[in-house]
Write a protein that binds this ligand. Structure first.
Ligand code: NAD
Ligand code: WQD
Length: 342
């Protein structure tokens, strides 16, 4: 049984991926400093899988603690690296924190991997590296545009650091997964997204509005050059996304990767507008979401959606879950968190 170290494994995407890894027969060691997660996520993982994975409360920037963790858990076969700060707006206010955590954290990880002979890495990248694309859908050959936020810059820098590390050190292979917009929660409603404070992202804001925590949703702009005027994104179900990590892991461990560094877009290939998403949520759940149209949000792009055909061809992966099911999972999770009975 391969042993996988998952940094940030109690976070939103990490926890769903840990579930899929365990259900696919991997042994998992989670490293998380709980800066954006709760330790009881472990209970949710255990309740779904019947397995309580090893957990180390460690900051990956803490070199000696991280090194000790590698020593303690013996031979680690591969790492999936989720741990990072991820709020675009916050990264503009706290840029140094973002560079420290995301870039220095990766450097610590790579040197610990080298010191312990761990040769395979899956890295959480983002569609943000593409910026406003020149053509749609976006495939992996699209140029990376200058980052519009420190967060986006950390993702570009981390991609470059991994690329350079592969050139420097032999026998090191990595897969960069560029996620589009992950949404939804596990169908069991035992794990899901736990945004702190007022959510920046659309779906948590929609579910909190439906739950009555927020008075109304602000739809940022209806004057885009799109069919209904609202902005278009590619919303990918977090469980589908998690399954792609398992496929990528199988590929790295089997050595069936075609080059030392591979990059895959993970999206549905379908663009959905903000208004479409809100109306789909109301139709799927039967719950009203009051909303008003306001001005565009600074820094937003008009339309983004993925060409994920490379992931389909090489990983044998596609996003399968229909949007209504995904939105219902997000609502079931919100109800669970808020203790809302039907
Ligand atoms: P998240 O905040 O829910 O999870 C990240 C986890 O990492 C948290 O549990 C946090 O406590 C932990 N962490 C952060 N810094 C750490 C450190 N220094 N040491 C140890 N643990 C640390 O975020 P998520 O949505 O699950 O995102 C996971 C990854 O995917 C991130 O790298 C993020 O940038 C990337 N990503 C996310 C999205 C998205 O919209 N959610 C989109 C594209 C890419
Ligand atoms: C989606 C759409 C908003 C909230 C972000 C990061 C990106 C990646 C994914 C990490 C946009 C609109 C939103 C609201 C709204 N993350 N919206 N009212 O901005 O596409 O991408 O998450 O790598 O880097 O930037 O996601 O969910 O914030 O917004 O109208 O209250 O919903 O304008 O069109 P975004 P989002």
């Amino acid at each position: 049984m391969a042993r996988i170290l998952v940094t940030g494994g109690l976070g939103y995407i990490g926890s769903h991926t840990v579930v899929e890894l365990i259900q696919s027969g991997y042994e998992v060691v989670i490293v998380d400093n709980l800066s954006n997660s709760e330790v009881n996520v472990l209970d949710g993982i255990e309740s779904i899988t019947g397995v309580r994975p090893a957990f180390e409360k460690i900051d990956i920037c803490d070199k000696s603690a991280f090194q000790a963790c590698f020593s303690k858990h013996g031979s680690i076969d591969a790492v999936i690296h989720f741990a990072a700060y991820k709020a675009v707006g916050e990264s503009i206010e706290k840029s140094l924190d973002y560079y420290y955590n995301n870039v220095y954290g990766l450097l610590q990880l790579l040197s610990s991997m080298r010191a312990n002979g761990v040769k395979h890495l899956i890295f959480s990248s983002s569609c943000t590296v593409y910026g406003q694309p020149d053509k749609l859908p976006i495939d992996e050959t699209a140029p990376r545009k200058p980052a519009t936020s420190p967060y986006g810059n950390t993702k570009q820098m981390c991609e470059d650091i991994i690329r350079d590390a592969i050139v420097s050190y032999h026998d090191f292979t990595a897969i960069l997964l560029r996620y589009f917009n992950p949404i939804g929660a596990h169908p069991s409603a035992k794990i899901g997204e736990l945004p702190k404070g007022v959510p920046n992202n659309l779906v948590p804001f929609v579910t909190q509005t439906a739950a009555g925590i927020r008075k109304e949703l602000s739809v940022f702009g209806d004057d885009y050059n799109t069919p209904d005027g609202s902005a278009i994104r590619d919303y990918i179900y977090v469980v589908d996304l998690a399954k792609a990590h398992v496929k990528a892991m199988q590929r790295l461990l089997a050595g069936s990767n075609k080059s030392e560094l591979e990059i895959f877009n993970l999206g549905t290939g379908k663009g959905v507008s903000v208004l479409e998403l809100v109306h789909s949520f109301m139709a799927a759940t039967g719950v009203k979401v009051p909303y008003k149209i306001v001005g565009r949000r600074a820094g937003d792009t008009e339309e983004v959606w993925a060409d994920s055909s490379l992931a389909e061809k090489e990983l044998g992966w596609t996003a399968r879950t229909p949007l209504n099911e995904v939105l219902l999972s997000a609502w079931n999770w919100e109800k669970k968190v808020r203790g809302i009975k039907e």
